[in-house]
Design a protein around this ligand. Structure first.
Ligand code: HEC
Length: 290
């Protein structure tokens, strides 16, 4: 029966698509002419899977770690401050559907200094950020960035989770793997450090995190119309790395939640349509011998 074949094909297609979305990422250990027995830690990320969403409390803490630790070297130039308060973003608040009105987002923006031009005199000035501003560059240009970092360029972190194969697991492991013992025979030139997750095992970034580096406060966020309070966890390297990864996964793919909701509704719609088509097919052909 041709129809049942088509139905089967649709079902097989849907199942394999689901499998693709749910499938876990495996990352090959860094290879580069040396042996490392570092085993990648594969965490269960909140945003994986068909209906995954970002863990807002973790992403909020992640922003804190980014601001207090990473932002001295790494920019987030693809983002504007207002994006932090958009729907699906870490600091979304239903009371302020327009993030430009959200006092928290205004405070975050004002915490950065922005290079601008005085509209009256045309002179370069510095002013506190407003919600519409983009996150500023950390260095005036790449040469200055390299100059301050022993010749290496700290990449922009806005899309780093999508940019590296292995995504969230890669970033998380990169941050927690610094204390692995240096393999025998590996020579590290000044300004390079051993990190088994980095291709070739060498990185020009010193371990950026250490236990207790930030002071976590309890996080308050809006969930289904209610304010929730999540107590502050201990700021271990693992915790801060996981929180940062949650935040940078969001910045790499800010529309993930909307996309998944729309995808789920579409699948449901197609399924109902399939069932309806099946019954109408049965009805239309009920008196025909075949
Ligand atoms: C003192 C400056 C400095 C700080 C602070 C810093 N980094 Fe870096 N980072 C660098 C430099 C320099 C590189 C380039 C390293 C290289 O190319 O070997 C880098 C590279 C990276 C990379 C890219 C690795 C790759 O696969 O190429 C990531 C991801 C990263 N940093 C994340 C972070 C995070 C997250 C933080 C905050 C916890 C942070 N960095 C703090 C200087 C810094």
């Amino acid at each position: 029966m041709a129809f049942s074949k088509i139905l089967k094909l649709i079902l097989v297609g849907a199942v394999s698509l689901t499998g693709l979305t749910l499938g876990s990422t495996t990352i090959a250990s860094a290879a580069g002419g040396y042996e490392s027995d570092y085993e990648m830690v594969h965490k269960h990320w909140h945003f994986k899977g068909m209906r995954g969403t970002y863990d807002k409390a973790a992403a909020q803490r992640g922003y804190q770690v980014y601001r207090e630790v990473c932002s001295s070297c790494h920019a987030l130039e693809q983002l504007s401050f207002r994006h932090l308060g958009d729907k699906g973003a870490p600091f979304y608040n239903e009371d302020y559907p327009n993030p430009n009105d959200n006092p928290l987002i205004k405070a975050f923006a004002a915490d950065w200094m922005i290079q601008d031009t005085d509209p009256e005199t045309g002179d370069p000035i510095e002013r506190p950020g407003i919600t519409a501003d983009k996150f500023p560059a950390i260095y005036p240009n790449d040469s200055a960035a390299r100059g301050s970092n022993g010749g290496a360029l700290p990449p922009d972190l806005s899309t780093i989770v999508s940019a590296r194969s292995g995504g969230a697991d890669y970033l998380y492991n990169l941050l927690i793997a610094y204390d692995s013992p240096v393999p025998e025979g590996m020579v590290l030139s000044p300004g390079t450090y051993y990190n088994p997750v980095m291709e070739g095992g060498k990185i020009a970034m010193k371990a950026p995190l250490s236990d207790g580096q930030v002071d976590y406060a309890p996080v308050e966020y809006m969930y289904k119309g209610e304010m929730k309070t999540i107590p502050a966890p201990e700021a271990t390297v693992e915790q801060m790395s996981a929180d940062l990864t949650e935040f940078l996964a969001w910045s790499s793919d800010p529309k993930l939640e909307q996309r998944k909701t729309a995808g789920f509704a579409t699948m449901l719609y197609l399924l109902i349509l399939c069932v309806l088509l099946w019954f109408s097919y049965q009805r239309v052909w009920r008196n025909v011998k075949h």
